[in-house]
Design a protein around this ligand. Structure first.
Ligand SMILES: Cc1cc2nc3c(=O)[nH]c(=O)nc-3n(C[C@H](O)[C@H](O)[C@H](O)COP(=O)(O)O)c2cc1C
Length: 192
């Protein structure tokens, strides 16, 4: 198992998808990343999520899925826009589609299951960063389009949480400046 560097949990930044190049995490690293992702808080441990990896030739197939979905959504689409949509999946060596698997549960409403899947996404990106790789979480209209969800094999109870693009950053962006905490954190005391 490769070592996760805890310091990298403090310096995650997103890398634009077209700045993510080979190599992407290998299978052993991906296993470690998915295990870290699945360690997210999960009410009743429903595991309301799953991952779809898309790499190599499959990215071309996703490109065709995007082009088809956009053409149906926007019959008068500008050809340049359509071309850009088709190029999206080809920008990075690996895409993880994070899917929320929503379940009927009397104690865990849908919002908690979606929040869990969001926490899974963030854990995934932190672990990926800790292994020295870059990522970006992207959505957009294709995310919520049945003509994308269906070819990806989603059931009607499933939703795409995001397309997480992974690879090695061509250039490491500077760390984000975390703003002053004073307007974000209050120390609550009992009201008079
Ligand atoms: C649910 C979700 C969806 C997002 N979708 C997009 C997107 O479609 N396009 C985009 O440019 N950024 C999107 N972002 C934002 C980027 O992933 C990223 O967080 C942002 O560019 C800020 O960069 P940073 O993470 O380095 O601060 C999304 C973030 C979240 C949490």
């Amino acid at each position: 198992m490769a070592n996760l560097n805890p310091l990298h949990f403090l310096d995650r930044v997103s890398t634009p998808a077209n700045m993510l190049i080979e190599p992407a995490p290998n299978d052993e690293q991906l296993t470690q990343i998915f295990r870290a992702a699945m360690n997210a808080p999960d009410h009743k441990h429903l595991q309301p999520y799953r991952f779809i990896t898309i790499r190599g030739e499959a990215r071309q197939a996703l490109s065709e899925v995007f082009i088809n979905a956009v053409t149906i959504r926007k019959p008068d689409v500008d050809p340049d826009y359509l071309k850009k949509q088709g190029q999206k999946p080809l920008r990075s060596p690996l895409i993880v589609v994070l899917v929320a698997k929503l379940q009927d549960d009397p104690k865990v409403p849908e919002i908690e299951q979606i929040l869990c899947a969001g926490a899974v996404a963030n854990n995934l990106m932190l672990a990926n960063n800790a292994l020295g790789f870059g990522s970006i979480w992207l959505t957009g209209d294709n995310t919520y389009d049945d003509n994308v969800c269906q070819p990806l094999g989603l059931a009607s109870s499933e939703k795409i949480i995001g397309f997480i693009y992974l690879g090695t950053p061509k250039v490491k962006k500077p760390n984000r400046v975390i703003s002053d905490l004073s307007d974000k954190v209050i120390d609550w005391i009992k009201p008079l």
